[in-house]
Design a protein around this ligand. Structure first.
Ligand SMILES: Cc1cc2nc3c(=O)[nH]c(=O)nc-3n(C[C@H](O)[C@H](O)[C@H](O)COP(=O)(O)O)c2cc1C
Length: 184
């Protein structure tokens, strides 16, 4: 079973994280961390508490707990996804701050040359945002914006959420039937 970190921060788009969690649950070992502002957005946008991230092979951490397994490079991981990723968290990771568990776990993924998928959500981007995203890309992260396509008959909000989640699952090397490969 693959082992992933799912980090949820205080950008808009909690539905992407919840859908990704539901797709991975039961198919992977999951280590979930939600930032304080992520907790607020989860409630504001979906009416959910962090207790929704529960199940077999699921561990939920407080973002203040930096002394956990996922904060160490000695703990093997197949990937980490930050979804949605706030510009604040992106900036702190780009600066190597590592003050919270999310920041430290991301720092570890980069130093160990493991897969780190960052799903930013902001519009428009400032020069600072773009520089920080470039810094993460250059450090080895994959920047996968929450930018759903509309060219495969997407009609509902769920279709648009699934478009983004399907691309994340593809990048994690996990099977998905949310979105078929495009064929003209
Ligand atoms: C309703 C609401 C929506 C927000 N949406 C975004 C967003 O889409 N992108 C973003 O970068 N920040 C957004 N923010 C700001 C972040 O929540 C804020 O910068 C916070 O400090 C991020 O903390 P975190 O990175 O620890 O989660 C939003 C804030 C609120 C209250």
């Amino acid at each position: 079973m693959k082992r992933f970190v799912l980090a949820i921060t205080g950008a808009s788009g909690a539905a992407y994280a919840k859908r990704l969690f539901d797709c991975l649950k039961g198919n992977a070992e999951l280590h979930v961390v939600v930032s304080d502002r992520g907790v607020e957005l989860l409630h504001l946008e979906l009416g959910l508490k962090t207790s929704c991230f529960a199940g077999e092979n699921v561990t939920l951490y407080k973002n203040t707990r930096v002394n956990t397994s996922i904060a160490s490079g000695s703990f093997p991981l197949d990937g980490m996804v930050i979804v949605p990723a706030s510009m604040g968290t992106i900036g702190r990771i780009a600066a190597g701050v590592s003050g919270t568990l999310i920041e430290r776990a991301a720092d570890v993924m980069l130093k160990e040359k493991r897969k780190l998928i960052v799903v930013p959500r902001e519009t428009p981007f400032s020069t600072i945002h773009l520089k920080n995203l470039l810094a993460l890309d250059q450090a080895g992260a994959l920047i996968l914006p929450a930018s759903p396509g509309f060219y495969q008959g997407q009609k509902t909000m769920q279709d648009l959420i699934d478009f983004v989640v399907a691309r994340i699952l593809d990048q994690l090397g996990m099977p998905q039937d949310l979105l078929a490969p495009y064929q003209s």
